[in-house]
Design a protein around this ligand. Structure first.
Ligand code: ARG
Length: 458
């Protein structure tokens, strides 16, 4: 069979052109969506009396037969049939004969491809929301076990103030919560239906776009046919949300890599999530979080790639738009793969609570608290800061930490010091007193966890 659009041509397509312009090698991923869109379209054509009801039945049977063959892996797609739309139409013609040619009435590949992409992203976005929640659940599970586990909190990667390990983990919970909100919000725009816009200007047939929208489960239809066939904002949004999610995945991955190093030893990743070295038998490498961190790059590339394709593109459809697909598939698949690994990796990691505890006993992360102590005893904060700076310097020079200094040593710096300073400096105390809303004290973390659980139940 020759090209579906071959009528106007006198020459065969150059083979290189055929290969260069074809998208079937990648857009075959839209086969199910393409068939779903066609089933709804043909049903609507029948209901509007645009094609006879018997033909509608024949075409539907044909489409369903193709779907079954697809499921059984019996379909062979051809480069010369260019893309998924024409491949399926060709298969339909083979299946039901010339009546299959009525399917494309009142439709163009331009509104068809846009519809397929909307359908694809609707499914993927919904799946990804569930996977984000799985990660949130694993964070929550670890957090609940470690409300009283203390870890150094850092700024500039320098020990700053001790925090609850649960508090640190829950910081990621809220990042993923915002990601989930963004995904849910994007569904509003994914749920606009382009089908029925024709090539760009609408169609002469008395179609019923609301009907197609209803059949395909869309909330609304694009009010402008030119916008409908050229809009790829919903894909940009997906790519941008995907890039943000990967940023969060990358940040926690970096911490997991760091924490599992010999230098930190705060956690140990489960053996089943690590790999070995082909030469150094002692090695247990955190390949998974490293690769999660690394894969973030391609999702940024996909976003920038499509932004660049769209920039300066005149209305309406241009073949450039075919470049919207591979990045979208790649980001969707990268997200799925990454989220699926992150959840169980967090859940199965071992937390070395004693190493963490030791770390905060051997640092100056309680220094702010002596400053606050002197302030409570009446010294202005600036003055207190200066006094503590001197104490810290003295301690460093004498190879001691703040809890190691004697009362005489403290009193050399200020007479305001009393025995109660040792209580104030205990890391548990340092954490417990940070009880402002959203702070790291055990009650605050407990409250935060309750709030988080409520979010997951919604
Ligand atoms: N394969 C094309 C794409 O992905 C489908 C739309 C083609 N339309 C056209 N007028 N050539 O964008």
């Amino acid at each position: 069979m020759s090209k579906l659009w071959g009528g106007r041509f006198t020459k065969e397509t150059n083979k290189l052109v055929e290969e260069f312009t074809a998208s079937i090698t990648f857009d075959q991923k839209l086969a199910k969506e393409d068939i779903a869109g066609s089933l709804a379209h043909v049903q609507m054509l029948g209901e509007c009396g645009i094609i006879p009801v018997e033909d509608v039945e024949t075409i539907k049977q044909g489409l369903l037969a193709i779907k079954e063959k697809l499921d059984r892996g019996e379909v062979e797609f051809l480069i010369e049939d260019e893309d998924i739309h024409m491949n399926i139409e060709k298969l339909l013609l083979e299946e039901v004969g010339p009546v299959g040619g009525k399917l494309h009435t009142g439709r163009s590949r331009n509104d068809q491809v846009a519809t397929d992409m909307h359908l694809y992203l609707r499914t993927k976005t919904t799946e990804i929301i569930t996977l984000v929640e799985d990660v949130q659940r694993s964070l929550l599970k670890q957090a609940k076990e470690h409300i009283d586990t203390l870890i150094p909190g850092y700024t500039h990667l320098q020990r700053a103030q001790p925090v609850s390990f649960a508090h640190h983990l829950m910081a990621y919970f809220w990042m993923f919560e915002r990601d989930k909100e963004r995904l849910i919000d994007s569904l509003k725009r994914i749920n606009w239906l382009p089908l029925g816009s024709g090539a760009l200007a609408g169609t002469t047939f008395p179609i019923n776009r609301e009907k197609t929208a209803e059949l395909l489960g869309f909330d609304t239809i694009y009010p402008n046919s030119m916008d409908a066939v050229s809009d790829r904002d919903f894909i940009l949004e997906f790519l941008s949300i995907g890039a943000i999610i990967m940023t969060h995945i990358s940040r926690i991955s970096e911490e997991l890599v760091m924490w599992s190093s010999q230098e930190f030893q705060f956690i140990e990743l489960d053996d089943s999530f690590c790999t070995g070295s082909s030469i150094m038998p002692q090695k247990k490498n955190p390949d998974v979080p490293e690769l999660l961190r690394g894969k973030t790059g391609r999702t940024y590339g996909n976003l920038i790639g499509l932004l660049t394709v769209l920039k300066g593109l005149p209305l309406a459809y241009n073949k450039d738009l075919q470049e919207d697909k591979e990045g979208m598939f790649d980001t969707a698949e990268t997200l799925e793969g990454s989220l699926k690994l992150l959840a169980p990796m967090i859940e199965t990691m071992t937390v070395n609570t004693d190493v963490m505890r030791k770390a905060i006993s051997n640092d100056f992360s309680n220094a702010t608290d002596i400053a606050d102590y002197l302030v409570r005893k009446g010294l202005p904060f600036r003055k207190a800061h200066e006094v503590i700076g001197k104490i810290v310097l003295y301690a460093i020079q004498h190879n001691k930490f703040l809890l190691d200094l004697s009362m005489e040593e403290y009193q050399q710096f200020s007479e305001l010091f009393g025995e109660d300073i040792y209580e104030v400096l205990a890391p548990e105390q340092v954490v417990a007193v940070r009880s402002s809303f959203g702070g790291t004290s055990p009650e605050q973390v407990q409250q935060q966890i309750q709030l988080a659980e409520g979010k997951l139940k919604q």
